[in-house]
Design a protein around this ligand. Structure first.
Ligand code: 48H
Ligand code: FE2
Length: 258
């Protein structure tokens, strides 16, 4: 077969534009492609919802690739292992209640399974703002990460969503933007972001599930962003809570949108 260079370019542009147009309106928009965002996306897509995930970086997976201090293993508890099992990620028991998995296998499998379940991932896009109406958050404001990195003055585009998940990790970037734009109106003790506390795996992991909540109408927090918003400790390279939080936020949204 004789290859046509222009046909290759057309296939890429047409394929991409078709999907981008399709996702101008969706059920759920997820910000951040770490373990919590990917897990949420998997369960939401599997429930038949139209869901897209927007990730700033080229690669999906957030902080899970590197394990702990670049030792590329992750630890999960029993509940996290159930979720790894469901994804088909292999793990081995370490001590009672502790399981160890390869972080590269875990991250790549989460990504692959979520896509195949129907999650649409847009990488290289940064969320820079939200759309707010009387009923709460109604969408995300997006720009190319390269625009952000180059500091170019280029205006963004907007997509509409029935619910938004802030899964942007330690920086809780979506909630931060909401706090900055509307003031102390969050569903926290004083309406503001409480800030992440220092390392304490036991307390941090337990709090994470409690803190996986609707923090403002139609805006949910999952993963590390939950503890940052509600003022709970970090937990280091134990990832069970991230997976359980992702599944929990999906269940909450499925219940609400159904
Ligand atoms: C688009 C964005 C934006 C933006 C950020 O950090 P993550 O892996 O998040 P979680 O919560 O799924 O997992 C946390 C885990 O990795 C971790 O850090 C743990 C367990 N830490 C414990 C400890 O003690 O340190 O992923 C967040 C993703 C990243 O890929 C970012 O690039 C992306 O979100 N992101 N994407 N627009 N504005 N901000
Ligand atoms: Fe971290």
């Amino acid at each position: 077969m004789k290859l046509d260079d222009i046909k290759i370019s057309r296939a890429i542009v047409e394929g991409y534009m078709e999907e981008l147009l399709d996702y101008m309106d969706m059920d759920v928009a997820i910000g951040g492609g770490g373990p919590s965002g990917l897990t949420a996306g998997y369960y939401l897509a599997r429930a038949g919802l139209k869901v897209a995930l927007f990730e700033r970086k080229l690669s999906i997976g957030g902080g899970m690739w590197g394990g702990g201090m670049m030792f590329n293993k992750i630890v999960v508890q029993d509940e996290g292992k159930e979720i790894l099992d469901e994804f088909g990620v292999r793990s081995r028991p370490y001590d009672e209640g502790y399981h160890v998995a390869d972080s590269v296998e875990a991250t790549s499998t989460l990504c692959s399974r979520a896509c195949q379940a129907g999650l649409k991932i847009f990488n290289l896009m940064s969320i820079e703002d939200v759309m707010i109406r009387d009923e709460g958050i109604t969408g995300l404001v997006l720009n190319w990460s390269s625009v952000e990195m180059a500091g170019l003055h280029v205006d963004p585009l907007t997509v509409r969503a029935g619910a938004v998940i802030d899964a942007t990790g330690h920086d809780c970037e979506i909630v931060k933007v909401v706090e900055r734009k509307i003031g102390p109106e969050l569903n926290t003790a004083d309406g503001r972001i409480q800030g992440e506390r220092s390392m304490w795996a036991d307390v941090g992991e337990a709090a994470l599930i409690e803190n996986t909540r609707e923090v403002y109408p139609n805006l949910y927090v999952a993963g590390m962003a939950s503890n940052a918003v509600y003022g709970a400790p970090r937990m280091g390279p134990i990832f069970g809570g991230m997976l359980v939080s992702g599944r929990r936020v999906a269940e909450m949204i499925i219940e609400k949108l159904k």
